[in-house]
Design a protein around this ligand. Structure first.
Ligand code: GLU
Length: 477
């Protein structure tokens, strides 16, 4: 058996190998993330291979969606993506190599023959073995279609998995696997081994639904005398109810999380922790994650999707995010809240940037950030109705009318002098703060969520504050 212990001086090369039949699944995204971290942390390479040999199901759109998803998530790959389908000739060459070594053989069973053999094998408690495996070449019929099958061995197969430990199968559990179909196209496990070998893959992290494939692939590696890569099969993600993740749990594609307003780094951090741990550390920057990521931290038990947790991890990254970047990211969300809003305008940008340090601590997603910021850009005049208009009942408009000239006269427009002026006003009027605070808040924000009033006034700026107050004074008197 070829040693599976990796030479430590060998640079790490990992890959992500999606089948382009849909979108980038959240589980696939996590697999890609693990492989990316392993490579990036070691200064190795992270390669991408599109497993597009199923010509019926593979589409260009799906490939694009997967590349877009990875790009959005910030998982950059090295070199151009490899198309598995482009390698079919090479796959056939590898099959020839196995034939030459006597580890594969031509099999002339028809489908009916195979079905009958399978029945016999089943009744004997073993997997199918082709009667052609030991026939001498002289007996092979001419001009008859054949498949090429792997000559399964009788020995136990052991995969030393970095997550699952040593996993053992009995040799008789494996049939003589078809490597090349009668139309000359390679089958899945053969193609994967050939490509992984040729791409120099040293470590394969993937879902544990591929564990049995690893046993098949390990046999092919060994038969070719190729060094097996390190395998790490991670448990699949489960839904909040502990059941295997499915559509009924909600969003499965990575783009759905982008469209809910998660930050890529927030989702990266969440997915990292969903299946991997490093002590009890919850939050990781990329640099931290790359520095400490290792296969030994991968969990054996499946992680459960927890949307509250996802939001709180994202909230942490919202706080760390650069304000100018957040402004760009939140702008489309703001446009959704206020029709016709010009997010390129100086006023919009200045207000949001001024408020960003505070607002970003109050939102767990970009969608929430836009809601938090709404008062800064909502259409004016603000029309207050029903409950929202209540704070402006009674003598509130007169109070606002008396406050307005005092604010207008303030020499310096900033939260501290504004706060002091509001206090001075309540004293002069002999009223509690709420008496002016509530109508002022209604006039300035329309009741939308907003932090401290004097900050709200600073961010809106003098002209806008006076204008919004005047609007309500006009309506009220
Ligand atoms: N194409 C396979 C999938 O999408 C992955 C194969 C592999 O990682 O070896 O599940």
């Amino acid at each position: 058996m070829v040693s599976r212990v990796q030479n430590t001086t060998q640079p790490i090369v990992t890959r992500f190998a999606p089948s382009p039949t849909g979108y980038l699944h959240i589980g696939g995204a996590r697999t890609a993330l693990f492989n990316w971290l392993l490579a990036r942390g070691a200064g190795g390479k992270f390669l991408l291979r599109i497993e597009d040999t199923d010509r019926q199901r593979s589409t260009e759109d799906a490939t694009r969606a997967i590349l877009d998803g990875l790009t959005w998530l910030g998982l950059d790959w090295d070199g151009a993506p490899v198309s598995q389908n482009a390698n079919v000739r090479r796959h056939a060459e590898v099959v020839d190599e196995l034939l030459a070594k006597g580890r594969a053989f031509r099999c002339y069973m028809t489908e009916e023959d195979a079905a009958a053999e399978r029945q016999v094998a089943f009744s004997e408690g073993r997997a199918l073995r082709s009667p052609w495996r030991d026939r001498p070449g002289s007996e092979t019929p001419a001009d008859t279609p054949f498949t090429v099958r792997f000559r399964a061995g009788d020995d136990d197969i052991i995969v030393e998995d970095a997550v699952q430990g040593d996993v053992r199968w009995k040799g008789k559990e494996f049939d003589d696997l078809v490597l090349l179909r009668s139309d000359g196209t390679p089958t899945y496990n053969l193609a994967v081994v050939a490509d992984d070998h040729d791409m120099g893959i040293t470590h394969i992290v993937r879902g544990d639904d591929h564990l049995v494939n690893a046993a098949r692939q390990a046999q092919i590696y060994d038969a070719l005398g190729w060094q097996r890569p390190v395998f790490a099969h991670v448990p699949l993600i489960h839904g909040p109810d502990g059941k295997k993740l499915s559509k009924r749990h909600g969003a499965l594609g990575i783009e759905a999380y982008r469209d809910l307003g998660y930050l890529p780094e927030g989702l990266r951090n969440y997915l990292l922790r969903l299946g991997w741990s490093h002590g009890d550390q919850e939050y990781f920057t990329d640099a931290e994650a790359q520095a400490v990521f290792s296969l030994s931290g991968l969990n054996k038990a499946p992680g459960r999707l927890d949307f509250d947790k996802m939001a709180s991890v994202n909230a942490h990254h919202m706080k760390l995010a650069d304000n100018a970047r957040l402004l760009e990211l939140v702008s489309p969300w703001c446009e959704k809240l206020a029709e016709g809003l010009d997010t390129g305008s100086t006023a919009f940008r200045a207000r949001l940037l001024a408020a960003m340090d505070v607002l970003k601590t109050r939102a767990s997603t970009l969608a929430e950030l836009a809601e938090q910021a709404y008062f800064l850009f909502r259409p004016v005049p603000i029309v207050l109705e029903g409950k929202a208009a209540k704070p402006l009942n009674g003598d509130a408009p007169e109070l606002l009318a008396r406050l307005l000239p005092r604010l207008e006269a303030l020499p310096h427009w900033a939260s501290a002098p504004l706060h002091a002026e509001l206090e001075a006003f309540t004293e002069a009027e002999s009223i509690g703060f709420g008496k002016i605070g509530a109508p002022l808040r209604a006039a300035l924000t329309g009741g939308a969520p907003a932090p401290d009033l004097s900050l709200v006034m600073e961010w809106l700026g003098r002209d806008e504050v006076l204008r919004r107050m005047a609007d309500q004074i006009k309506t009220g008197v």
